[in-house]
Design a protein around this ligand. Structure first.
Ligand code: PLP
Length: 406
């Protein structure tokens, strides 16, 4: 039934393959800069103190049970997730023209959105993604029959944003295309548009009647400020766009494996907005039912507790600052060390870029040499997870980079 010409061997996921290679490496010096997960100064996973507290509260709650969550998820979670993304005073919330449904983290939210578009989107059924983007975007959309095309994003020369290229490609895309955008801390480049550039992009997107789909995986992780990291999405909503948002709590709560996420649909203002959103919500529930029936409880319960309690919320903001602050320290330190060593090239992009990742500009050959000679693991495109650096390995890393670049 399944000969190899029907079911060929699929390639291993490159990122998870990289993790396996790292684990198998027995060198005491090895450095993992591959996976996008926060690590503390000892290169260990960090359970946010506020998550520990919420967990304790949950464990001591005598009324808690393991019944199914509603199809759309825990309401106290989805409503606060929407507020967090859109802002408590968002016109979309005031006018009740948004729908929110709990998903299997950010991946599940992108998938649910893709599935919804595959079934109902009547424009140009192609999604434009940045070049490069989170690799999974390509497979999530193509799996539901929506092909991806790319718009330029990263300027190899400046190691910053190719804004003109991006804007022109979006302008040139056929009327009413789907445009996928990273609201902040772009993965894999760490390069974001400024707010003024977002405003220009909104104009272009409006002029072509394109349909924006925001994938938010790093709110609060980029600048450390939740509102600032959501400014792009909030601006588009204020401008009256109809749009979709995928929201992950994996990184900003350190709840990677718990799969806490949310999907939001916002309709344009107008007399029919509420009936439109109610129809959309009803279809999302049907899709959810056939995909996962009911979303998982634990992660959403933790997030809900924190988002609904002012004191815990303030603690969470503090924890976010700890993570984003440590990453910023590592950026400053790495740049300073490379400059001190006189490593050829410019290194300002290390501190200009933000969020979890940095696109170093290292070539594939240099990346492979770093792996072979120094046991340093990063993706072939030269992306490093800044969270993998710490005060103990940063000297070693800078020297190894210096050696392969010189
Ligand atoms: N979107 C982007 C851009 C990401 O970088 C990630 C994670 O790396 C995700 C979505 C989804 O992550 P998760 O499914 O773990 O929430």
């Amino acid at each position: 039934n399944f000969p190899s010409d029907v079911v060929p061997q699929a390639p291993e996921d490159p990122l998870f393959g990289l993790m396996a290679a790292f684990r198998a490496d027995e060198s005491p010096d090895k450095v993992d800069l591959g996976i996008g997960a926060y690590r503390d100064d000892n290169a260990k996973p960090w359970i946010l103190p506020v998550v520990k507290k919420a967990d304790e509260i949950l464990r001591n709650d005598p009324d808690l049970n393991h019944e199914y969550a509603p199809i759309a998820g825990i309401q106290s979670f989805t409503s606060k997730a929407a507020e967090l993304m859109l802002g408590a005073d968002s016109p979309a919330l005031k006018e009740k023209r948004s729908a929110s449904i709990q998903t299997i983290s950010g991946t599940g939210a992108v998938h649910l959105g893709a599935l919804f578009l595959a079934k109902f989107f009547k424009g140009n059924r192609t999604v434009y993604v940045s070049n490069p983007t989170w690799a999974n975007h390509h497979q999530i959309f193509s799996n539901v029959g929506i092909p991806t095309k790319q718009y330029p994003y990263f300027d190899k020369k400046t190691k910053g944003l190719d804004f003109e290229g991006m804007k022109n490609a979006i302008k040139d895309a056929p009327e009413r295309s789907i445009i996928l955008l990273h609201p902040c801390a772009h993965n894999p480049t760490g390069v974001d548009p400024t707010l003024d550039q977002w405003k220009e992009l909104a104009e272009v997107i409006r002029s072509k009647n394109h349909f924006p789909f925001f994938d938010s995986a790093y709110q609060g992780f980029a600048s450390g400020n939740l509102a600032r990291d959501a400014a792009s999405v909030r601006y588009f909503v204020e401008q009256g766009f109809e749009l979709l948002i995928a929201q992950s709590f994996a990184k900003n709560f350190g709840l990677y494996g718990e799969r806490a996420g949310c999907f939001h649909a916002v309709t344009a203002p107008g007399p029919d907005a509420q009936t439109t959103i109610s129809r959309i919500a009803s279809q999302l529930a049907i899709l959810q039912r056939s995909e996962i029936s009911n979303p998982p409880l634990y992660g959403a319960r933790i997030v809900s507790l924190v988002l609904n309690d002012a004191k815990l919320f303030a603690e969470w903001e503090d924890n976010l600052t700890t993570m984003s602050g440590r990453i910023m320290d590592m950026r400053n330190s790495l740049r300073a060390k490379l400059e001190e060593l006189g490593t050829p090239g410019t290194w300002n992009h290390i501190t200009d870029q933000i969020g979890m990742f940095s696109f170093t500009g290292l070539t594939e050959e240099q990346v492979m040499r770093l792996r072979k000679e120094s046991h340093i693991y990063m993706t072939k495109n030269g992306r490093i997870s800044m969270a993998g650096l710490n005060t103990k390995n940063i000297d070693y890393f800078a020297k190894a980079v210096h050696a392969v670049v010189s």
